[in-house]
Design a protein around this ligand. Structure first.
Ligand code: PLP
Length: 401
């Protein structure tokens, strides 16, 4: 047999789906129930209030769809835009590529701004497009906050600054699937019109919940949007919000209880502490990569990602082999290189409900694999670089002081 489960814990270090904490697993271990009973609307009401906090919005309206990140994309586009609308969209890796493909298939007029994989969105090109667009033909800017394929984080506040500078009314649609709840994300402050995430990434839930948050301006745009939408129509939800029953169709009851538990954990730790923890994990991973003498796929410091690190392997090594070996020999899951960077990078996901010692275990595993495939790594070098840094930066656990 090629693949089998080993003893002990599996080390899941793909950048989504990520580990689910025990508290959340237990909260979801329950029977189905009647979603028209008073309990589910009461639970939903608290969830809709509380998910706003992870987007850092008070003015936004959240929608929770039984879907994945891909469905959340579709909901953002079809509720606010009409076929033929011009969209400026940044292509910097596999996830932005897939979103652009969806935009094209939904018949929008996509103006693609491409960067080399490993670089962030080219905002100079955006500035020149905005400055030339006197008659406001650009209806939306679509940008992936954190490109999970290359480990590149874009500066969303800089996009808002440009839109404001040119007094341009285009909507700002942001994919926050591998950032919201892990990286600094400020929907209101950055003037984001639609922000979205999926449950299996930083929220550390099973797959199946797409959470979309719309600004008042995005809600206004639904009135003129002519895109065909049925399942993802925000207006169906708004009708049921008014009635206080919340759900136009059956929600995943277990996922709602899971979301409640996940949010409780996040708020108990403190959202800003969660973000700081991700910054520590990201930094420790990058220090390990440096100690191994390998390069990060992210080309500049300004784009580094604290949720995923794509490690570039030397040309004589196939990164797919590293990922295979991790699974077979060490019970460790690493992310594959996707599309243009297939075979060239492997990815370490360090997002969600995860602590520093778990990460060190992963880094130790990566070192052994590198040695297995013939890369001259000094065992312990990356772990030492990471643990030396972490030892100085791990705070006391507040509840144990
Ligand atoms: C995972 C991911 C998606 C796609 O989400 P699915 O849940 O697989 O549909 C979209 N964008 C980013 C940035 C992602 O990381």
């Amino acid at each position: 047999m090629d693949y089998m489960n080993g003893p002990g814990r599996h080390h899941l270090f793909v950048p989504g789906p990520v580990n689910i904490p025990e508290q959340v697993i237990r909260a979801m271990n329950r029977n189905n129930e009647d979603y028209r009973s008073p309990a589910i609307p009461a639970l939903t009401k608290t969830l809709l209030e509380d998910v706003k906090k992870i987007f850092k919005t008070t003015s936004g309206t959240p929608f929770m769809f039984p879907t994945t990140g891909t469905g959340a994309w579709e909901s953002a586009l079809t509720n606010t835009l009409s076929p033929g609308d011009r969209i400026v969209s940044f292509l910097i890796g596999q996830f932005s590529l897939l979103w652009i493909d969806q935009q094209k298939r939904l018949n929008f007029n996509v103006d693609v701004v491409e960067s080399e994989w490993g670089q962030g969105a080219n905002l100079q090109v955006l500035a020149s497009k905005l400055s030339q667009d006197q008659n406001h033909s650009i209806k939306a800017i679509c940008i992936v906050h954190n490109e999970t394929a290359t480990g590149v984080t874009n500066d969303i506040s800089a996009v808002r600054t440009l839109l404001d500078h040119y007094k341009h009314p285009a909507l700002l649609l942001v994919d926050g699937v591998s950032s919201i709840c892990a990286l600094d994300f400020r929907m209101d402050e950055w003037g984001v019109d639609v922000a979205l995430t999926g449950s299996q990434k930083a929220l550390s839930l099973p797959t199946g919940l797409g959470i979309v948050c719309a600004s008042p301006k995005a809600l206004e745009a639904t009135k003129t949007s002519k895109s065909l939408k049925v399942f993802f129509d925000w207006n169906d939800y708004l009708k049921f919000y008014k009635l206080g029953t919340y759900w136009p169709y059956t929600p995943s009851i277990q996922l709602l209880y899971g979301l409640r538990a996940a949010l409780d954990l996040i708020f108990e730790e403190g959202l800003d502490n969660v973000i700081a923890r991700h910054a520590r994990l990201g930094k420790a991973t990058r220090l390990a990569v440096e100690a191994w003498g390998l390069k990060n796929c992210t080309q500049k410091e300004e784009w580094i990602s604290n949720t995923v690190t794509a490690v570039v392997v030397p040309p004589n090594i196939d990164s797919t082999e590293i990922v295979k070996r991790a699974w077979k020999r060490y019970n460790l899951s690493l992310g594959l290189g996707l599309n243009k960077v297939a075979g060239k990078v492997f990815r370490i996901g360090h997002l969600g409900n995860l602590n520093e010692l778990q990460l060190l275990g992963c880094l130790a595993g990566v070192e052994m694999i590198l040695k297995d495939v013939g890369y001259p790594v000094v065992l312990g070098s990356g772990v030492a670089a990471a643990s030396t840094y972490l030892q100085h930066h791990i705070p006391l656990i507040p509840s144990r002081i």
